[in-house]
Design a binder for this molecule. Structure first.
Ligand code: ARG
Length: 459
């Protein structure tokens, strides 16, 4: 018999309905939060004079016993245990008798489940935040080894301008720094207590909701009971941030996949983080990076799935919301698998300086060629045109851009002089870009200082 099977029900639920209805298969994961919420609630109804101190003590020690059973693996899910809330209460009553039945006074599974899930989400956010910190630290650590390593930078996946490898790595640091901000911001709204909202209308037993919120470490009690039991925006918002993180990781993964391709050869993946082929002995496949790329799709699916579930649901609680948990659990688990591997890969990333150098085609300096003319007074538009003509001339002669004879360049603009040779220097090119946020080693050193300050200021 189910817990809600009151006098109204003369027949037990159909077996197929139970399979559809039950959430214990996945929400048992909330046992610690459920029990923490119940302990706080028992004390709150004691304070409100609904139960005696002795009864509250019995309930609390019973709940602690139930928790110990979950932790040791001794807890046995029973036939009628529809969800974590009914399972805990059923076991509590077995352990302490009818007094266990007083716990649910004025409470509903509607405010209960919203409380449990917010508590869980709070911890999940904290966990992801810590792991992002490790990845950010790894990005800084590896970047510091490559402040002077010059490589081609790309736009549209076409060689564009020379950059430093440290600058490339640090670009991901800032993406993740914004994700950390987003997590902190989401946490503020997650950390609000629905407990005491009841099924929808509020608590008639004079429970101190503010005290309850405080006991559970929430920032405050939700101001509207209808909203408190029904909205899942906190879950959707957390899912969005998790998804954004997944999208950022997928972009880093894609760079690593490309740069570790032998045609680039910029990166060699550590043996521990690449996988072989069962057939082709030469292969070093970036499987974990492809999984990072693939998991982003899964995270996007969880986010859009939940939003679609929430859309158009009427006030207030609807069973549709039971679908929120697996989406968030799955996205969290995906990041939890991915982040440690990503961090290890960044930490052990081997950049091949020869390959980086070999990929530096003088054409990457075509912009610098135009800038040279600008410095001699030519408007940029004309300078851009002349540099384009130089690229074309070099291609026609079948020589690298830097090998064009001075006479040939002077046909394009009389402003070219012998000092044009100085332009064809990749190190000098990156060093010139030393304004805030630029790729110059000096600017990147400043950037890393700023990044460290961001890391240090984090709570
Ligand atoms: N398992 C349910 C959920 O996850 C708990 C709340 C059920 N409430 C109800 N009135 N049926 O949403």
């Amino acid at each position: 018999m189910t817990l809600w099977g009151s006098a109204l029900y003369s027949e037990p639920s159909d077996e197929h309905l139970r399979k559809l209805n039950d959430s214990i298969g996945f929400d048992r994961r909330l046992y610690a939060q459920d029990i923490a919420g119940s302990i706080a609630y028992a004390r709150a109804i004691q304070a409100a004079g609904v139960i005696t101190a002795g009864e509250a003590d019995q309930i609390v020690s019973g709940l602690e016993q139930v928790k110990a059973e979950f932790e040791s693996g001794a807890f046995v899910i029973g036939e009628g245990d529809e969800d974590i809330h009914t399972a805990v209460e059923r076991r509590l009553t077995e352990l302490i008798g009818a007094v266990g039945g007083k716990l649910h006074t004025g409470r509903s599974r509607n405010d209960q489940v919203a409380t449990d899930f917010r508590l869980w989400t709070r911890d999940a956010i904290e966990d992801v935040r810590i792991q992002l910190g490790f990845l950010q630290a790894a990005l800084i650590e590896t970047a510091e080894k490559h402040i002077d390593s010059v490589m081609p930078g790309y736009t549209h996946m076409q060689p564009a301008q020379p950059i430093t490898a440290a600058h490339w790595l640090m670009s991901f640091f800032w993406m993740l720094a914004r994700d950390v901000e987003r997590l902190n911001d989401a946490l503020r709204r997650v950390n609000v207590s629905p407990l005491g909202a009841g099924a929808l209308a509020g608590n008639p037993f004079g429970v101190d909701r503010a005290g309850l919120a405080q006991a559970l470490g929430f920032r405050e009690a939700a101001q509207n009971s209808l909203d408190a039991v029904a909205d899942r925006d906190y879950a959707a918002e957390t899912l969005f941030v998790f998804t954004m993180i997944g999208v950022h990781l997928s972009r880093l993964a894609e760079d690593v996949i490309l740069y570790s391709n032998p045609s680039f050869g910029f990166i060699r993946l550590d043996d521990r983080y690449s996988t072989g082929s069962s057939m082709m002995p030469q292969k070093r496949n970036p499987d974990p990076m492809e999984l990072a790329r693939g998991k982003a799709g899964r995270l996007i699916g969880n986010l859009t799935g939940l939003l679609a579930t929430l859309k158009g649901t009427p006030s207030t609680y609807n069973k549709d919301y039971q679908e929120d948990k697996e989406a968030l659990f799955d996205s969290f688990d995906s990041l939890d698998l991915l982040l440690p591997v990503m961090t290890a890969i960044v930490k052990t990333l081997l950049l091949n300086p020869e390959k980086l150098k070999a990929a530096l085609d003088p054409e990457l300096l075509a912009t610098d060629l135009a800038d040279y003319l600008v410095k001699k007074g030519l408007p940029f538009r004309q300078a851009h045109h002349a540099a384009g003509a130089a690229v074309r001339k070099a291609a026609e002669q079948g020589i690298p851009l830097g090998d064009l004879a001075l006479e040939d360049l002077r046909e394009l603009s009389p402003l070219f002089e012998v000092d044009i040779r100085d332009v064809f220097d990749f190190e000098a090119s990156v060093a010139r870009r030393d304004a805030i946020g630029g790729t110059a080693p000096d600017a990147v050193r400043e950037q890393i200082r700023a990044a460290r300050a961001v890391m240090g200021s984090k709570s």
